[in-house]
Ligand binder design. Structure first.
Ligand code: NAI
Length: 329
């Protein structure tokens, strides 16, 4: 039996975690879940939003499935997600984005993989008030992290028969920081027989909404990667269906792209698809390919039958949608 950490999160986190656990259990895969909590709810008891036990649990089990954790906006504690990625050195954020059956979108045949650097950039959290009316945030880009993520993107592209990699920066303005990211991508690309294309992030956003089919693998620093991931999610049906994984040398944490969706939390309205697709990739990671395929087929059959949650045009509750997937397993 495989030991896996489950970080239940908050907002819609507990609902979608419960749905995914039920589906995995019904598939017959035996997992010993080490259930951990993090975020605002644990501060009162344990003093911090990301207690050591959570990080230790992932270090012990090497793999985690995580649902979203709320981060206070404009004040309060530092993001649990950013801390976790940093503490476990989960340097690659991998977000495949493609059309799913029976979900109406503007474009067909979208098949884009976002590879986002996950440990630095403006997410280093180095901010201060210079004076009462001025604040500054420092954007850190290192050669080591930039070359490492570029290598990850090219290795992924090669292994998965992708045709090209676009490196996305704003190196015309951030000449030193984004310039270093771009230079690192150029250097690493020379070791591969795959084209590296260069595009500025503003133009990339425009091209993505006008002609997404021209893109294959996108390689981005942390902040642009975060923003462009949500844009790409929007191309294939929204955040309810966008999967993700954070991968490092030693650990992997699978989690959806979306956040804790406080606007629909506790109402049984959340779409568990993004979390389920992340879990399917987790099952592949532990070589449970048969169960991964069966769950994916059951999910796709459910969507094809028009059984959908409200965010993608259906009328099913999260729990009803989950039961339908289980029936089709
Ligand atoms: P969000 O992703 O939580 O929600 C944006 C919109 O998408 C909302 O209208 C929400 O209802 C909808 N949505 C998201 N997931 C959905 C799902 N599974 N099914 C149906 N609808 C869904 O983004 P928002 O509102 O900007 O952030 C809320 C909180 O989540 C913030 O505290 C933010 O910091 C945190 N967050 C956490 C992440 C993580 O834990 N990895 C990632 C992104 C945000």
């Amino acid at each position: 039996m495989t030991n896996i950490t489950l970080i239940k999160g908050d907002g819609i986190g507990p609902e979608i975690s419960e749905a995914v656990l039920k589906i995995i259990e019904a598939s017959g895969v035996k997992i010993n879940w080490d259930i951990q909590t993090a975020g605002a709810d644990v501060i009162e008891k344990e003093g911090v939003p990301l207690p050591k036990r959570v990080v230790e649990s992932v270090k012990k089990n090497k793999i985690a499935l995580k649902s979203p954790v709320t981060t206070p906006i404009g004040k309060g504690f530092r993001s649990v997600n950013v801390q976790l990625r940093k503490e476990l050195d989960l340097y690659a954020n991998l977000r495949p984005c493609y059309n799913l059956p029976n979900i109406k979108t503007r474009y067909n045949n979208v098949d884009i993989v976002v590879v986002r650097e996950n440990t630095e950039d403006l997410y280093a959290g180095i901010e201060r008030h210079v004076d009462e009316d001025t604040a500054e945030s420092i954007k850190i880009i290192t050669r080591k992290a930039s070359e490492r993520i570029a290598k990850f993107a090219f290795d992924y592209a090669l292994k998965n028969n992708r045709k090209q990699v676009h490196v996305v920066t704003k190196a015309n303005i951030c000449k030193l920081s984004d310039g270093l990211f771009l230079e690192s991508a150029r250097k690493i690309s020379q070791n591969y027989n795959l084209p590296l294309k260069e595009i500025l992030v503003d133009n990339c956003c425009m091209q993505l909404v006008q002609n997404p089919n021209q893109f294959d693998v996108l390689l981005l620093p942390n902040l642009y990667g975060d923003i462009v991931s949500d844009l790409c999610a929007g191309l294939v049906g929204g955040l309810g269906v966008a999967q993700g994984a954070n991968i490092g040398e030693n650990y992997a944490v699978f989690e959806p792209v979306h956040g804790s969706a406080p606007d629909i939390a506790g109402q049984d309205k959340a779409n568990p698809t993004a979390m389920l697709m992340s879990a399917i990739e987790m099952l592949r990671y532990i070589n449970e390919n048969d169960a991964a395929n069966r769950i994916k087929n059951a999910l796709f059959d459910t969507l094809s039958a028009g059984i959908k949650t409200a965010d993608i045009g259906g009328d099913k509750k999260c729990s009803e949608f989950t039961e339908e997937i289980i029936k089709k397993l």
